[in-house]
Write a protein that binds this ligand. Structure first.
Ligand code: HEC
Length: 112
């Protein structure tokens, strides 16, 4: 009975799909996802001086993250801004790793 099932191409396809789904949903992939807790540490060390601990903006001209200012954009666009800097804001390329920048993006999104 089980042998017959194994030879059924439809069953094999379903098994493959289940395997793929299991792999996709497995906690292992979470290791690669941005880490909001690490992002908080990065934010407090490198960003809060100008953007304020609450993200409201300490220094004049900084966006108010609690109102979503400058946050309604894809991660990649925020990544570019943080990496290269903008006007009074320094670029963080070479100071933060790419993962740290992605972590801090995840964190600043929690303000809004
Ligand atoms: C020296 C002060 C300063 C520091 C430190 C700083 N910022 Fe900024 N940031 C600014 C200012 C000022 C602006 C507004 C720039 C403008 O629009 O002219 C800004 C803008 C931004 C923007 C919007 C960029 C855009 O394209 O409009 C993001 C996102 C941002 N900062 C994130 C961060 C993160 C994350 C950190 C820490 C890794 C950080 N900033 C550190 C001053 C700072």
């Amino acid at each position: 009975m089980i042998d017959t099932c194994n030879r059924n191409p439809a069953t094999a396809a379903i098994r493959l799909l289940l395997l793929a789904a299991t792999l996709l949903l497995s906690p292992l992939t979470a290791v690669d996802a941005a880490d909001v807790f690490k992002g908080k540490t990065v934010y407090e060390s490198y960003c809060a001086g100008c953007h304020g601990p609450s993200g409201r903006g300490e220094m004049p001209g900084t966006p108010n993250f609690t109102r979503g200012q400058q946050l309604i954009r894809p991660d990649l666009s925020l990544f570019a801004a943080i990496s290269t800097g903008k006007n009074a804001m320094p670029g963080f390329r070479g100071i933060l790793t790419e993962n740290e920048m992605l972590d801090v993006i995840t964190y600043i999104r929690t303000f809004y």
